[in-house]
Design a protein around this ligand. Structure first.
Ligand SMILES: C[S@@+](CC[C@H](N)C(=O)[O-])C[C@H]1O[C@@H](n2cnc3c(N)ncnc32)[C@H](O)[C@@H]1O
Length: 251
């Protein structure tokens, strides 16, 4: 890093210990997160749904490994909640193992693609933040989606995923990883543009003026949210750009 950039970063509060920032106005943050969520929903509906399988349909080795670990711990014939399910990328694997599925997603466009491929799987248009099912599922998977969830919503979302699972059953979740320097640069650029991001949030202003949104929490925050939701940590490893976590609802 150059001396010039170091001092610019320091002026923006993004020097050493940059993730410790004074809090922003909660109302400003809520409005920002709600707008990001609406924009992501629209992008998935219109931009990603038609080409998602073509571009991201392949399952990486570490994802396949963790879906396998989840299935090993799920009773035969058990019902798995895939939240959010997107286009149902993992459904062939899960169905071939003899388990059943329910898929939820906030994007109607993504759900339409999933339903066209697997009309036998029940689906619902539902956000992670609104999921209110109690103790129904024999396992839960939340794959490549938590990067869409802002820090204020993480505790709510983990609590809801936990509650949807029956006591004692496994939950597989992923946390997307990005080089810390890139995360910091994203924070500095967004703040310089007057966007009310908090550390870890990354927005890309697209040609149509929309803001893409991803959030990259640090490992300590993830640990504290997982523990705060009362989830027991079973297994975890980094692979293919993600932290894979297998946890369990106690009971
Ligand atoms: C990258 S895709 C992953 C989908 C699927 N789990 C997979 O691995 O292929 C992310 C999905 O999360 C959904 N999503 C993002 N934020 C959400 C939220 N707050 N509630 C429900 N779904 C959400 C998007 O609509 C999209 O289908």
């Amino acid at each position: 890093m150059t001396a010039g950039r170091e001092s610019a970063d320091a002026a923006l509060g993004a020097g050493a210990g940059w993730r410790d920032q004074p809090p922003l106005d909660p109302d400003v943050r809520r409005a920002f997160l709600d707008a990001r969520r609406r924009s992501q929903e629209e992008r998935y509906d219109t931009l990603h749904a038609p080409t998602y399988d073509e571009h991201w349909g392949e399952i990486s080795p570490s994802h396949a490994d963790f879906v396998g670990r989840l299935l090993e711990r799920t009773r035969p014939g058990g019902m798995i909640l895939d939240a959010p399910c997107g286009t149902g990328k993992y459904w062939p694997l899960v169905l071939a193992s003899g388990r059943t599925l329910v898929g939820i997603d906030q994007s109607a466009g993504m759900l339409r693609v999933a339903a066209a491929k697997h009309p036998e799987v029940p689906i619902a248009r539902l956000g992670l933040q609104e999921l209110a099912i109690e103790g129904l599922f024999d396992a839960v998977m939340c794959v490549d989606a938590l990067e869409n969830v802002g820090p204020e919503d993480w505790p709510v979302v983990l609590a809801r995923l936990c509650r949807a699972a029956r006591p004692g059953v496994p939950i597989y979740m992923t946390v997307e990883l990005l080089d810390e320097d890139e995360v910091r640069q994203g924070f500095v650029a967004a703040r310089a543009a007057g966007i009310p991001v908090v550390p870890g949030e990354h927005v890309d202003v697209t040609s149509d003026g929309a803001l893409g949104y991803h959030y990259y929490p640090d490992a300590a925050s993830v640990r504290s949210w997982v523990d705060g939701a009362g989830l027991e940590r079973l297994d975890g490893r980094v692979g293919d750009g993600y932290q894979h976590l297998l946890v369990r609802r106690p009971g």
